[in-house]
Design a protein around this ligand. Sequence first.
Ligand code: FE2
Ligand code: FE2
Length: 197
Amino acid sequence: MINEKRHADARTSAITIKRILKVNHAGEFGAIRIYTAQIFVARRLFPEIVADLEKMRDDEIDHCRLFLQAMPVRNARPCRVMTFWSVGGYVLGLLTALCGRNMVWICTEAVESTVHRHLEDQLTFLIHRDPELHTLIKSIQDQELAHLREAENQREKGQAHSLFLPLISGLTNLMIWLSTWGDSSWMRAEIARSNAA
Ligand SMILES: [Fe+2]
Ligand SMILES: [Fe+2]
């Protein structure tokens, strides 16, 4: 009986770990597309922040590659709707950049803080279940936090901030949810259940 339960738990964990990789890899790809669109606009309208954006985009390229590399050994596969992330990310990046420099940083703050919350949950889940992936995500989380701090330093608080921060955070969560056909809700619930156990 105990053995059966243990096997069932291991199976559920393996599924959750695959989903973590899938959603993280897709999210990193979306982030690359957001920064790519913002760099395109920033080069023309506010070139002084291009170097910062390029640095963050390069980090996201690295993260995307690292999550992809971690997949085969865990039998995980990339998300089937990467086009969705490509277009969604690019449109979000383009629209925010066209609204100006401050909106670029508000977008970064919203996306990075949403990512941070997801990574926090994942880290608690993975610490004893997949220490290797835990270490990888921890090192990535440090860089995401640096992106978040940069955005918090650069953006100005005001009406735009209070209006668009929750809106873009909501959109980011919606993209994660849609791209995983709702799996992200299941995954979060599963992570919360396991973390509470
Ligand atoms: Fe990233
Ligand atoms: Fe980031």
